[in-house]
Design a protein around this ligand. Sequence first.
Ligand SMILES: [Zn+2]
Length: 440
Amino acid sequence: MPCWINFPHRSSPTIRVDFDRNDDQKSLSEWYRRPLRPHCDCKNDALQPLRLQIRRRVSNQAETYWLAAMPCQGGLHQRGCRFYSTSSFNPEGPGETTEAIREVQDGEHIITDIALDVRLGINPLGEHHNTGGRTRTRRGRPVRRQIRLRGLLRRLWIAAGLNKWSEKESNRRYSRIASDRLKEAMSDVICNGKPLAEIGIVLRHGLGFEAAQAQSLVDACQAAQSRALIISVLTAAPTQRLRRQDWNLSLEGADDASLYPVISDDCLGKWRDRFKTEAALLDSREGSVFFIGTARLNRWSPPNLLTVNTQDLPPSRYYADIEEYALMATSGDGSLIPVDSGYELRVAKRLMHDRRVFQKPLAAEDPRPGEIGLPDFRLCDTNGPQPMVMEVFGRSLADRVYQVRKRQKIAHNDERFGPDGWWQWDAAMGGDMPDFPPRT
Ligand SMILES: [Zn+2]
């Protein structure tokens, strides 16, 4: 059965590689970071070539790379193609689950199927049957819960292991390595039926191959009839465009890729009210504020004046019309621990300074009314049988809802761990940060 893997090149013709040669580790490791995705030729009649992903496993310093079908696309390949697999899972199917996040078997892999509360699919006819929550519209079916973009970002953070800290992580959190870990976390995730490996991108400085990134993403999203999912770092407050009703977003690495993220007044909304901690961090230039957003991508080509030689034309530019977004404050490059307040940032920094082992618990779904929710941190290197709960109380007495939650949390922790069995800092009361419990 003839099966060729195509490795597209931006400047030179596509390289067609024979079936047996493509597990060559050296070339796969080079291709791993390139934005242009290889595709499989097994179906000549396919309207769009079937994109593949290059996967990586790191163990004991050894890295192994291999080619794989996109999640849930094994069944689209020709029988006999090495990427063909049968999978009973159909991401477009109704399903009976009400969970927002579920694990499903897809060929040899377990993939995470997530219902997001934002729209990803683009219907070419402009009709609107592909809403995020498919089950919502079907009468008599259970309503599936959905997570928000911020929940998705948290989920990816956990999958990438970025919410845990120990001293040996110190040199493993700079943009390139952290981006690879996020990319790997996305490779087994589908959201509203769309594989994140196909429509998702992590934009940072210095990842390489910037010029091809936007083009590749535009092509992939067009093929998947999807909006793009962009993860990046917001480097400055949005700025209003001259004489226009929309705003520029400064996303790290976007310029390098000739990608211009813009957002309308309506979609931006009152971002300083929605993301108070993040706005404060941007203003004080502390930490890093991560961005996650959905975007419609548009190619802008320079007007083709009098058929000049196409090689003389300036390159295309791309606009990303951001529709939905969320921000997440972190302790900054090198550590990337998510924080919910400036006080939490101080605690995280001191924990790292003291070389402690800890984690930041992250929930994909917000706690429901009456639920205690997760602790702010867990300290993992104390004497106790389990990690020690740490709470930072930071909001003023005027915030009634918060005060009720705070009292519930204190009562819950006192009862469960004993008054000395957990750590707390009532930062809003103006006190100094208490010492941390001793290390074993
Ligand atoms: Zn194939």
